[in-house]
Write a protein that binds this ligand. Structure first.
Ligand code: UGA
Length: 439
């Protein structure tokens, strides 16, 4: 099929490359000419495992191309995905300016049947608004006498990809959700996803939009739940890792997303939880539960700092080494990374920060001031009064901790992701503090 993806950010680019991989001809659009230039040269602007080789392969096969022109994409494709950003307004509500702009521009260039699919995370009823925007902006020849004489459909197909494993997630999804209002739209989307052997959930547009909100909110709730449990574990001498294991074997609960830590971050959960709280409020429902989820998430960072203060005593003028900056491993994404708030809080208290991340140093330099960025984990540990693990990059497990202990001023580790084994580190002479491991 001929498919266009408008918006070549994280979701758009991964979706475009993967749709080419399952056999479609894809044209990706972005309004940033610099980005499109780089993409045409085969350069992927983000770090996502497995994405670049696939992109190059399908560019070579002429199944994947890039443009700045919505007109060109609209004319070439039958199915057009909208995957532009939906940033937060000050109120927490999603800002849909880009979605509206794209819908209007698509309308201006439609010349035959199109299926317009929203992929960006949007509030319920956005599909209806996209449809209305398109109707109102169709060229005059299609709007004669108040009647529309051009067929098109709008659908919702929310994205469930995780950064760091997005290609794998696309190829092996737990489910594909399609929200449609016509059989023609359903059949087209079924055709798009036919090569993926997975369950397809068909519903109306509003329910599909809600599935995305409910899923991300539920996952955030799971994380805040285990983080709240971790706080009690600290107080009563229980180990949250064992508690999560014991809970996780219950099939109704499941072990995933029960990793206690310094809280969830990234471009999705914080923004989506805010947006859903706001959406519920506007609809007349006060979603207290989600407000508490957000509150627990904030508290996790504050509790981590308090723990550091407790063990270091005086933070001012102490040197603190930081391992991991990205909001999660296998990405260079620093959006809403807990590391940013934690570093800011420590800097406010007068600590000197030395940091290392395998992929996110470039992005970190743009947002963190006064941090000494180090060439490797050992340089970050050198002369430090304590070491913080803020992102659970697997490679940190293989560090030479004897060497690190020798380099540090004081051998104290605060493991914000429960990556390390307490026993192993204590064996080589560290004071080790995890999250919810009993103090
Ligand atoms: C999340 C969802 O998992 C995807 O399904 C969804 O498509 C995406 O948002 C989106 O809406 O676009 P992502 O933000 O890439 O994906 O990353 P996650 O793996 O979900 O992690 C989010 C945050 O939660 C990270 O900071 C991670 O460290 C944290 N987390 C995750 C925990 O603290 N504990 C856990 O048990 C799991």
């Amino acid at each position: 099929m001929n498919i266009a993806i408008v918006g070549s950010g994280y979701v758009g680019l991964v979706t475009g490359v993967c749709l080419a991989h399952i056999g479609h001809r894809v044209i990706c659009v972005d309004n940033d000419p610099e980005k499109v230039k780089k993409l045409r040269q085969g350069k992927v602007p983000i770090y996502e495992p497995g994405l670049e080789p696939l992109m190059l392969k399908y560019m070579k096969k002429k199944q994947l191309s890039f443009t700045t022109s919505i007109k060109e994409a609209t004319q070439k494709a039958t199915v057009i995905f909208i995957a532009v950003g939906t940033p937060s307004k000050k109120t927490g509500e999603a800002d849909l300016t880009y979605v509206e702009n794209v819908a209007r521009e698509i309308a201006l260039h439609i010349d035959s049947y199109k299926l317009i699919v929203e992929k960006s995370t949007v509030p319920a009823e956005t599909g209806k608004r996209i449809e209305r925007t398109i109707k109102m902006n169709l060229p005059k020849k299609f709007r004669q006498g108040g009647r529309i004489n051009l067929e098109f459909d709008v659908a919702s197909n929310p994205e469930f990809l995780r950064e760091g494993s997005a290609v794998e997630d696309f190829m092996n999804p737990d489910r594909v959700v399609i929200g449609v209002e016509s059989k023609r739209a359903e059949n087209l989307l079924r055709e798009v996803y036919k090569p993926l052997k997975t369950t397809i959930i068909v519903t109306n547009i509003n329910s599909a939009e809600m599935i995305k909100h409910a899923s991300n909110s539920f996952l955030a709730t799971k994380i805040s739940f285990i983080n709240a449990i971790s706080r009690v574990c600290d107080r009563v001498g229980a180990d949250v890792l064992k508690v999560a294991e014991g809970m996780g074997f219950d099939k109704r609960i499941g072990r995933s997303f029960l990793d206690a830590g310094i809280g969830y971050g990234g471009s999705c959960f914080p923004k989506d939880v805010d947006a859903f709280i706001r959406l519920s409020e506007k609809s007349g429902y006060d979603f207290h539960l989600l407000k508490e989820v957000r509150h627990v998430n904030e508290q996790q960072k504050a509790a981590f700092i308090k723990h550091i203060e407790d063990k270091l005593w005086i933070v001012k003028n102490k040197t603190i080494g930081v391992l991991g900056l990205a909001f999660k491993p296998n990405t260079d994404d620093m959006r809403n990374a807990p590391a940013v708030d934690i570093i800011h809080m420590l800097q406010e208290e007068g600590a000197k920060i030395k940091a290392y991340d395998p992929q996110a140093m470039g992005n970190s330099k743009k947002i963190l001031r006064g941090v000494q960025f180090c060439k490797d984990p050992y340089a970050a540990a050198k002369d430090s009064n304590c070491l913080l693990l803020l992102t659970e990059w697997p490679e940190f497990r293989a560090l030479d901790f004897k060497k690190i202990r020798g380099l540090m001023e004081q051998p104290i580790i605060f493991d914000g992701r429960n990556l390390f084994h307490k026993y192993n580190l204590e064996e080589v002479g560290f004071e080790y503090y995890g999250i919810g491991r009993g103090k």
